[in-house]
Write a protein that binds this ligand. Sequence first.
Ligand code: OGA
Ligand code: ZN
Length: 371
Amino acid sequence: MKISALKVRPDALLATWSPEGHAVYPALWLRDNCPSAFHPQTEERVLDLLSLDDEPVLVLAEQTGETVILHYRDGHVSHMPVHVLAAHRPGRRAADPAAIAPRLWRADLTPTGLPRHAANRILENDCELRAWMQDTAAVGLSIVDSLDDRIDAGVDIACKIGFLRETNFGMTFEVVSKPDPNNLAYTAVTLPLHTDLPNQEVPPGFQFLHCLANEAEGGGSLFADGYALAEDLRAKDPEAFRLLSEVAIPFRFHDRDVDIRTHAPVITLDRAGKVSEIRWNAHIAATFDMPADIMPAYYRAYRAFMAMTRDPAYQLTFKLKAGEMIVFDNRRVLHGREAFDPSTGFRHLHGCYVDRGEFNSRLRLLARRTH
Ligand code: OGA
Ligand code: ZN
């Protein structure tokens, strides 16, 4: 990317990039992002924005090699690297190695189409770690296989990404049928498709479920891409989509030790209107409290989404084997399991979470060092 022309206006620098076209850099932005505005070591901004005139006046710009030298009327001179101007053309997001476009899937993905990576390769090689994380980000789920038969083998993989997200269920959790359960996951009953902990202000990001034993009858897993469900709902029933993305509903988990509640929509959109999060858990959706006059329409929308989650056209089903770990974006992909019969064998999953922020940070660090 090269600058083919530079033009100075008192209030802005105009650059023509070939072949990308024109970019306008307002003078105050140029001063706010002058290399001298940043600490040389931490690269954090040290400039006090209010120390600048609100309309700095640009008088001259000239390119010498890989630098554009900018002169201002107050005497300030900036040495602006061309790559900074190229990377930060106003009106566009700077490139981000963690911004991986989701590849939506439905039942057509099939278990054989699931990204699958071997634990030891991820642990030993950063290129493998990155390739696995990129697959997991795009598809929203993946399988790591050939794990050691050790309780922490899955956690060791999660920790290659970043620190764990602790929740009221602990730093890690055991999914086994337990006496005195505080959560349906800790029984042997069916768990319909859901996301974990939508009752949290920020639900946990990536979930890791390492299967240590799955010998009981039943206990198969199922998954669905919440983004695909939402996009298909948007296409076929825009009014239902609107209600699920605009009306916040209450979610609540409570037991002896905690009472964690939030209000949030089932479908969260980013500022561009793209689906960025799904909260779906009929067990901990609390008592709806929207005004009565919108309740019938809301129930219709909520039931339409629920019916889609039951449609095999969206479902991926298979039974995890000991030594496998399923990894998925809990804020995108819905997960569930069929009932199992604990009298026929032992079933044990060891789980933990790593938030999206840590996941994305690791992707960016890996992009610095691997190809
Ligand atoms: C859970 C859960 C799935 C399973 O623990 O939240 O959904 O396969 N478990 O037991
Ligand atoms: Zn769950």
